[in-house]
Design a protein. Structure first.
Length: 140
């Protein structure tokens, strides 16, 4: 599952902008065959006095923490491509809107993850493809 935490200034995104941002995030992962319901995007509004960069309050920064569980980058080249893809995805929602942006990716072991009481199927398996088509966990 990709889990995105987007920490942002109060009022930086309205409801429609959040939906568009989350749709772009979801589209990135479904493009690689992941079920849409794997993708969770959480928006956290942070008041300027509680969002400090370099010890200084800021009202123009976005910090994104991405947790990858369903897929992991296997080598340095894959990690670089992943980072560049996320940077391209973020640009129209951050830098192109005049917001400073920083992100990082954590990778959680796949065997420490369950969905609605089910162990997720192996990557790229028939069962995972079924989950993607049905957009829900199904016993396999």
């Amino acid at each position: 599952m990709p889990l995105w935490h987007v920490y942002h200034p109060v009022g930086a995104y309205d409801a429609q902008q959040k939906r568009e941002f989350a749709a772009d995030v979801t589209g990135l992962y479904t493009g690689f065959g992941l079920p849409a319901f794997y993708v969770v995007t959480l928006f956290h509004e942070v008041p300027e006095e509680s969002f400090l960069v370099g010890g200084v309050p800021t009202g123009g920064a976005v910090r994104v923490v991405v947790e990858h569980i369903a897929r992991h980058a296997t080598d340095a080249a894959a990690r670089k491509l992943t980072g560049e893809a996320l940077d391209r995805l973020l640009a129209p929602h951050t830098r192109e809107r005049g917001l400073y942006c920083e992100f990082h990716i954590d990778e959680t072991p796949q065997d420490l993850w369950m969905i609605d009481g089910h162990w997720p199927p192996p990557p790229r398996s028939e069962a995972e493809q079924l989950w993607a088509r049905e957009n829900r966990p199904i016993p396999y």
